[in-house]
Design a binder for this molecule. Structure first.
Ligand SMILES: Nc1ncnc2c1ncn2[C@@H]1O[C@H](COP(=O)(O)OP(=O)(O)OP(=O)(O)O)[C@@H](O)[C@H]1O
Length: 328
């Protein structure tokens, strides 16, 4: 199996603002296999952009480790960081103004990162034309950003991000300012680039359609990975074989859509909302270790006797309370 292209272990990011410390990531673990298309979701302020900015080399982790394509992002010198940002990752943002220089044509925008990397004029001109054709903008090379639609601007931004042939494309809300049809087209382009170039794509999104269309969705909560949803069986098998101890497959599965949750080193886990809504977990659950897997059972009754704390706690804890059975 391929080594992960992204491996973050116990990643911490603390921003210092005046006398205050803001903990944006607090022990986040993440593993991405080459060629995956994955989405990062989570509430505002949960740390999504912080993670993306660390992966792109814009921000430096405060603690933990983060390795992308063999580059240890905690240890890069300034020169290595510039090289990493130019060659290993491409990045696009929601706002066109952050992606493109308004006074340059689409062609010149795509040539610029190559120029900074020392690519010759004829080579970069050829590659820029090829990339603009690849993203569906043949014939619009000389247009400036203001003469392009929102979707075309994002396509140009993608071509810019790909100009130095990166391994990983990082996108922060790339469809946030687009209507749903155009957003879908941009996502189709992601999928095509993934298929044709083998590009690994990590996107932050609030768009439920996109989050549902990727191979894997990671939800971040309070600066940690909380749940994962995997939609491709192959990816699921990869994940299971890769981190058997960290991934507990729960009972919401089908062949093509299974959900797994992450368990931190202290054994804490967070069940997906559907599990909590579907099953009557009442604040506590019975854990059964059965050979090679673990089962979680709701505890239904508040029966006296025969259970933890005599079954008298407020939550009705009783080992023999669920379904009237007790595992011996
Ligand atoms: N440069 C910074 N300086 C200080 N605090 C920051 C900085 N960047 C982010 N934060 C804080 O870190 C936390 C995580 O922010 P982040 O932008 O990563 O969240 P997010 O999940 O991307 O949110 P949103 O969906 O609103 O973009 C927030 O509390 C935020 O205020």
């Amino acid at each position: 199996m391929a080594d992960p292209i992204v491996l973050c272990d116990n990643l911490v990011k603390i921003y210092k603002v005046a006398d205050l410390e803001v903990v944006a990531l607090q022990g986040l673990d993440l593993e991405v296999t080459p060629g995956e298309v994955m989405a990062i979701v989570g509430a505002s302020g949960s740390g999504k952009s912080t993670l993306l900015n660390i992966l792109s080399g814009l921000d430096v982790p405060s603690a933990g480790s983060c390795i992308v394509d063999g580059n240890d992002l905690t240890r890069l010198s300034q020169g290595q960081r510039i090289n990493y940002r130019r060659r290993i990752v491409g990045q696009i943002w929601q706002q066109s103004g952050r992606n493109l220089l308004p006074e340059l044509s689409a062609q010149a925008n795509v040539e610029l990162p190559q120029m900074l990397s020392g690519v010759s004029s004829s080579q970069r001109s050829k590659r820029a034309r090829e990339l603009l054709e690849l993203v569906g903008l043949a014939g619009k090379e000389q247009k400036k950003p203001t003469m392009l639609s929102g979707g075309e601007q994002q396509r140009t931004a993608i071509a810019v991000a790909l100009s130095n042939n990166p391994k990983v494309l990082l996108a922060d809300e790339p469809t946030g300012e687009l209507d749903s049809v155009t957003a879908g087209e941009i996502f189709e382009l992601f999928r095509r680039l993934n298929n044709e170039l083998g590009l690994t794509i990590i996107t932050v999104t609030h768009d439920a359609t996109i989050a549902a269309a990727v191979d894997r969705t990671i939800a971040i909560r309070d600066g940690r990975t909380s749940t994962e949803t995997i939609r491709r069986e192959t990816t699921l098998e990869t994940l299971e074989s890769h981190m058997p101890a960290a991934s507990a497959v729960i009972g919401l599965s089908s062949r093509t859509h299974r959900e797994s949750i992450l368990i931190d080193r202290a054994g804490r886990l967070q069940l997906p909302k559907e599990a909590i809504e579907t099953l009557p977990f009442n604040g506590r659950a019975e854990v059964r270790i059965i050979g090679d897997h673990v089962e979680l059972w709701p505890i239904l009754d508040q029966v006296n006797g025969n259970g933890y704390g005599n079954g008298t706690s407020q939550n009705g804890v009783s080992l023999n309370g669920h379904n009237g059975k007790k595992e011996q």
